[in-house]
Design a protein around this ligand. Sequence first.
Ligand SMILES: [Zn+2]
Length: 306
Amino acid sequence: MTVTIYTHPRFHQHDTGPGHPESPARLTAVMEALAAPRFALLPRREAVHALRSQIARVHTRALIDTVLDPYAPEWRPLDPDTWMSPHSAEAALLAAGAVVGAVDAALDDPRERAFCAVRPPGHHATPDAAMGFCLFNNVAVGAAHALARGLERVAIVDFDVHHGNGTQDIFWSDLRVMYASSHQDALYPGTGLRDETGAGNIANAPLVAGSGSAAFRAAWEIRLLPALDAFEPPHVLVSAGFDAHRLDPLADLNLDAEDYAWLTARLVALAERHAEGRIVSSLEGGYSLQALRESSAAHVAALAGI
Ligand SMILES: [Zn+2]
C-alpha cells in the first residue's frame, strides 16, 4: 500500500494577490511537512492537465470558457474572493488533472492511494460559477471521471470547515454519488444545513462555532460514517481542508491534527470495506501555515498507515 503525492510547480504560481489567505505559502507549508523523513518513501508524481472534456462532465461550457479565456485580462476577479493571474488557468487545469490522474491510478490498482497537494482548491466551484477561491471543482471532476470509467458509485467525503456547496450542487440529484460533509454552521457559503439531502445522497453535519474534537468525532461516528457505510462506495474521494484546526484564522472549530488522523484512519477502513482500499484525497482549504503542516502530515501518515 502506498500513497502517491501529486503536485506541480505551477500551483505555486497561482497568484491570488497580496494578503490573500489562499496563498502559495500554503502549498509550501504542506510540501515542507511532506518532506519529513517518514514520508521519504512515498512516490511523487507531477500532475498533468485535465482535459476539457473531463471538466465538462461537471461544469458548464460558459464557466470553462471564462476560466480558460486566453483574451481575458491577466489579472481579474471571478468573484470578490476569487482572483485569476497569469498562471491561474493552467494551475486550475493541473489541479483537476491531479485528481483525475490519481483516480486513474487507483482504478488500475486499488493499492494506489493518493494525496493531491494542489491549488486552487475546488469544493465551492458550482456547475456554472467559480467562487470561494475555487475555479474548477477538482474532486467533482475526479468523481465524474471514476463514474465515466465504469464505477457505479463514488463517495465524496468533505471535512473542510466550509461546506462544499459546489460539490453538493453538482451531484444534488445524482444517486451515483454520495456527498458527506462536516463543516461549521452558518460559515461561508451558508449552505450545508441538515435538511439539504438532495435525492437522499447528501449528508450534512453542521457543527456550531466553538465546538471541537468531541462534536466533530461524534458527527462522523454517529451520522456520516454509518451513512457512507450504507452507500457501500467502490471508491472514496476526500475533500481535505484543514481549516477546522484550532489555529485557523478563518473559522472557529477547534480540531487538532490528531482529529484529522482519526477521521482519515476511519475513511481508510471504509475504503477497505467497500472499495478494495481505493481512496484519493485532495487539498481544499486551510489558512494557518502551522495547522497545514501538522494536519497534512497527520492526514498523509494515516492514509499511508504510517
Ligand atoms: Zn475551507
